[in-house]
Ligand binder design. Structure first.
Ligand SMILES: C[S@@+](CC[C@H](N)C(=O)[O-])C[C@H]1O[C@@H](n2cnc3c(N)ncnc32)[C@H](O)[C@@H]1O
Length: 228
């Protein structure tokens, strides 16, 4: 882990450091739960899960209240300090046991094949290295383990995809905590060797203006059951 100097001391630098974005997201995301219907989508994403779950990039812990009682334990990985503290507070209120752990998707600090399910929501847009993150998720899932995802990405016609690419190359990652609007989460999962289950394309907001972030997908994928 990189080090930075504080006076004469060396302290570990966080893998992700976006304090302004973190504060903005903490407010925006809570409003979006009801205003944009994200809470309902979290319910759908997590329905039917059971056993040990790893959640990647848990943010301020908004998924925690939506896990069904059949989940025995959630290990919630969150690299950003401000969001992680809010996730710890959400974990205390959670009905299922949640352990919030610092770490990054590209090097998950957990054992191989230790989880029945992995959850990624609005995270693949922000990780630095998508193939590496997905290979890590594959490593920590047991064979046949499930991925539940809710992500946004590339969509629309030529003008929109051009706009998304332009945003990704310029200001968007800088102002939104490393987020990219033109990634392709379903294709990335497939390329990483996951079997795609049912998935549904959704526009957010459902009605109203179409934004570069509007093209969402909610679905399921599996680590193949055969050992590789
Ligand atoms: C838009 S927020 C989504 C938070 C949460 N998953 C949700 O559904 O509300 C993106 C999250 O990804 C996290 N993140 C960014 N880079 C990451 C990485 N390399 N590994 C794990 N999480 C990362 C951020 O810190 C932030 O919590």
């Amino acid at each position: 882990m990189p080090l930075r100097s504080v006076g004469t001391r060396k302290v570990p630098r966080d893998a992700v450091h976006h304090p302004l974005f973190a504060r903005y997201y903490a407010r925006f995301s809570v409003n979006a739960e009801t205003k944009l219907g994200i809470g309902v989508l979290r319910d759908r994403m997590l329905a039917g899960l059971s056993g040990r779950v790893i959640e990647i990039g848990a943010g301020n812990g908004l998924n925690f209240a939506h896990y069904p009682g059949t989940v025995s334990e959630v290990v919630a990985i969150e690299p950003e300090r401000v969001l992680r503290q809010l996730a710890v507070e959400a974990a205390v209120r959670s009905e299922v046991p949640v352990d919030v752990v610092p770490g990054a998707a590209e090097a998950l600090p957990v054992k191989s094949e230790a989880f029945d399910a992995a959850v990624v929501s609005l995270v693949l847009c922000s990780v630095r290295d998508v193939p590496r993150a997905l290979s890590e998720i594959r490593r920590v899932l047991r064979p046949g383990g499930v991925v539940r995802f809710f992500e946004h990405g590339r969509g629309g016609g030529r003008v929109m995809t051009f706009t998304q690419q332009a945003l990704d190359r310029t200001v968007w990652p800088l102002v939104s905590g490393g987020c990219h609007v033109g990634r392709e989460p379903v294709e990335s999962l497939r390329a990483a060797g996951f079997e795609l289950g049912p998935y549904r394309r959704i526009m957010i907001p459902e009605k109203g203006p179409t934004l570069p972030t509007s093209y969402c997908v909610l679905g399921t994928a599996w680590r193949p059951a055969t050992k590789d």
